[in-house]
Write a protein that binds this ligand. Structure first.
Ligand code: ATP
Length: 310
C-alpha cells in the first residue's frame, strides 16, 4: 500500500538518504533498522510528507503523494522521535488540541480521545499535566495523539529511546496489539535490534543512507547460514589475547565487549582447540562458551563490520 522509489535526500554535502526503495503491504509490520545517522529519520520525514525529497518518489496505493500530501496525512499516524506535547496542558487537553487539528470535534472527538487513552493505558491519569508525567508516559501520549484520526498506517521514529523499561514494554506491547489484532500497518524505526526482532515481520537494514539488506528476519539471518556465532566469556578482559584470537585463521569477525568475545566463524571450522590453547598461554580463564543462533545484530556486523550500537 505504501512504497518509496529510489527516495533520496541531500543536505548540502550530506547524502542522508540514498535511493531508498522500501515497501509496506497492508497489515504488515516493517522495521527500519540502522545505527544513529543511518538516515532513518530523514527517510521517515519524507514518507510523512514533512520534507521534500531531492529525488525519488513516495507512493500510496500506486499514486505519488509528493504533490498531494493531504491524502497521505489522512492515512498516516506519525510518532516523532522528539516528544511534541504542551507540558502545561493535561494529556486530555493535549489530545483535544491535536484532535481539532485533525478536524475532529464534538462527540466524535471525545469518543476518540477516550479510545486512544485506553489504548495507551492512561485513562486514569488523563487530567494530570503532561509535565508531571515520566518520559515514557509522555511518549505514550504522543502515540495516542498519532492514533486520534484512526490512521491506517502508523510510523514510529525510535519511540523507545530514553524511556524506562516499564513504559518501553507497554509501548511495544501496544504496537504489537495494534498490528496483530487490529491489522494496523506499522513502520517502526530503531537501532535496537531486539525491538525490531520482536515486532516486525520484515526488516530493512540501513547504513550510511542506503538500504544494505532487506527481507524477513529468517531471510536476513540466512546471510549467516554458513556461519556460526560463538560467544566466549572470560573471567576478565585480556586485550592482547583477544587481539590474537581475533586475528586467528578461520575467524570471519570478532567483537570484544568487556570480558566477552563474540566470534563469527564458518560452519564446520574448528577453532575451539586453538582458542583454549591460546587462553592457557595467556593464563586466562574461560568461564563459558556458547554457540548462539544469529541475531539481526550479527547480520549487521557481518554486512558492515561494525556493531549497531556502541
Ligand atoms: N536538516 C539537516 N541538515 C543537514 N544534515 C542533516 C539534517 N538532517 C539530518 N542530517 C544528516 O543526515 C544524516 C542522517 O540523519 P538521520 O537523522 O536521518 O539519521 P537516523 O538514522 O535517523 O539517526 P538518528 O537516530 O540519530 O536520528 C546524518 O548524517 C545527519 O547529520
Amino acid at each position: 500500500m505504501l512504497k518509496t522509489e529510489k527516495l533520496t535526500k541531500k543536505f548540502k554535502d550530506t547524502l542522508a538518504v540514498d535511493e531508498v526503495t522500501i515497501e509496506l503491504g497492508q497489515g504488515e509490520s516493517v522495521g527500519l533498522l540502522g545505527p544513529n545517522g543511518a538516515g532513518k529519520s530523514t527517510a521517515i520525514s519524507m514518507i510523512s510528507t514533512l520534507i521534500q525529497p531531492t529525488s525519488g518518489d513516495v507512493r500510496l496505493n500506486g499514486k505519488s503523494v509528493l504533490k498531494k500530501p493531504g491524502e497521505m496525512r489522512k492515512v498516516l499516524g506519525v510518532v516523532p522521535q522528539k516528544i511534541a506535547l504542551y507540558e502545561e496542558l493535561s494529556a486530555y487537553e493535549n489530545l483535544k488540541f491535536f484532535g481539532r487539528i485533525y478536524g475532529l470535534s464534538g462527540k466524535k472527538l471525545e469518543e476518540r480521545i477516550q479510545i486512544v487513552l485506553e489504548l495507551v493505558g492512561l485513562s486514569d491519569r488523563q487530567k494530570e499535566l503532561v509535565k508531571k508525567y515520566s518520559g515514557g508516559m509522555q511518549r505514550r501520549v504522543n502515540l495516542a495523539a498519532a492514533m486520534l484520526h484512526e490512521p491506517e498506517v502508523l510510523i514510529m521514529d525510535e519511540p523507545t529511546v530514553g524511556i524506562d523499561p516499564q513504559s518501553r514494554n507497554h509501548l511495544l506491547e501496544t504496537i504489537r496489539k495494534l498490528n496483530r489484532e487490529q491489522g494496523m500497518t506499522v513502520l517502526y524505526t530503531s537501532h535496537y535490534m531486539e525491538e525490531v526482532e520482536k515486532l516486525c515481520d520484515r526488516v530493512y537494514i540501513m547504513d550510511h543512507g542506503k538500504v544494505i539488506a532487506a527481507g524477513t528476519k529468517d531471510e536476513l539471518k540466512g546471510v549467516l547460514s554458513e556461519e556460526e556465532t560463538v560467544l566466549i566469556e572470560f573471567d576478565q578482559n585480556y586485550p592482547p589475547l583477544f587481539e590474537k584470537i581475533s586475528q586467528m585463521e578461520g575467524i570471519n569477525h570478532a567483537v570484544v565487549s568487556d570480558n566477552r568475545l563474540k566470534l563469527i566463524i564458518p560452519k564446520g571450522v574448528r577453532v575451539l582447540g586453538t582458542l583454549f590453547h591460546e587462553a592457557e598461554r595467556y593464563n586466562a580463564q574461560i568461564i563459558n562458551v556458547t554457540v548462539q543462533k544469529p541475531t539481526l545484530e550479527d547480520v549487521f556486523l557481518r554486512l558492515t563490520g561494525r556493531k549497531l550500537r556502541d
